[in-house]
Design a protein around this ligand. Structure first.
Ligand code: SF4
Ligand code: SF4
Length: 298
């Protein structure tokens, strides 16, 4: 994402904050679910390796390192299978709503919103740092009993605290500067999703029968991965990295809903009754490219 594109995006994010919306609450729930799942499996003892205290767990019972390692590997694989299954029915919805890396990118966006007061700026950094910390701790919990952070020997403390600090700094630096370019060009899971996306029946669709589109281009400007939300049926030819060249925009879409929210905001400000962009199953004549939609208006 270029600097100008990023500026336009964060400006719109700031503007739409004026009107409350259902998505922030939904996002808290979806993030709580995915981070909660990540952390509860090892903390409950369902599967956990403990390289510090040798208290390995499998199915809540003490076990050997070998068996716990098998459980952890199966647990991680099961999570991937779950997200792959969600991809079959709902495309890249996990990218837009459940992925903790995407949430860290959102904190990176939030820090750059214009006209933040000094306290808002600090508070946003603190939130991003806390979320990054939670994420890194939830990953570490699969491999070590977290009590090591206060009960560990001096050597263990000397290893674990810098490891945590390095992980949190890395996560937050990623969200602050690399941000959505990771999802767009490097994420291997995203690439898999792009290939497998069931774009033909679920995703963002542009339905302008009531001619409520005011051509404000806010949807184009807010998209974190630089897609044209009104033209997702068309092939995207200028992707770099691991992206699948010439696949329709739907395959690259994270289904994050940012375009929907800003569209609802813009048409609301213009006094229109409904937004032309929707997220859900395709039904009816909206399954068309934008030129066809515009032609049909004439
Ligand atoms: S097209 Fe809309 S839902 Fe898809 S990634 Fe862009 S902003 Fe998110
Ligand atoms: S944000 Fe909505 S109203 Fe504005 S150009 Fe996009 S689809 Fe049209």
């Amino acid at each position: 994402m270029s600097r100008d594109t990023s500026k336009r995006r964060v400006k719109l994010l700031k503007a739409e904050e004026k009107v409350s919306h259902r998505y922030p609450k939904l996002r808290v729930l979806s993030q709580a679910f995915s981070l909660g799942t990540l952390v509860l499996v090892p903390l409950s003892g369902l599967a956990r390796v403990d390289f510090w205290g040798d208290e390995h767990r499998l199915f809540f019972e003490p076990t050997s390192l070998k068996q716990a390692l098998g459980g952890v590997i199966i647990g991680i694989a099961a999570m991937y299978v779950l997200t792959f299954l969600s991809n079959v029915v709902a495309g890249r919805l996990f990218c837009g709503w459940g992925c903790p890396v995407g949430q860290i990118c959102r904190y990176g966006d939030a820090v750059e919103r214009p006209k933040l007061t000094r306290w808002q700026w600090r508070w946003t950094h603190l939130q991003g740092g806390a979320y990054s910390g939670l994420f890194v701790l939830s990953v570490l919990a699969w491999w070590v009993d977290l009590r090591v952070f206060y009960l560990g020997s001096p050597v263990a403390l000397l290893v674990m605290w810098p490891l945590l600090a390095f992980g949190v700094a890395g996560a937050f630096v990623h969200g602050r500067w690399w941000r959505w370019d990771f999802c767009k060009t490097v994420c291997p899971i995203g690439m898999y999703y792009s290939i497998m996306s069931p774009a033909s029946y679920f995703g963002i669709h542009f339905r302008n029968q009531e001619e409520t589109c005011i051509e404000c281009n806010a949807c184009d400007n807010i998209c974190p991965v630089s897609l044209p939300p009104r033209e997702l049926n068309l092939p995207i030819t200028n992707r770099t990295g691991l992206s699948i060249m010439d696949a329709p925009g739907h395959n690259h879409c994270l289904e994050c809903g940012d375009c929907i929210r800003v569209c609802e905001f813009m048409v609301g400000q213009a006094g229109k009754p409904s937004a032309p962009l929707r997220l859900g199953y395709f039904t009816g004549p909206q399954h068309q490219d934008r030129d066809t939609a515009l032609d049909s208006k004439e």
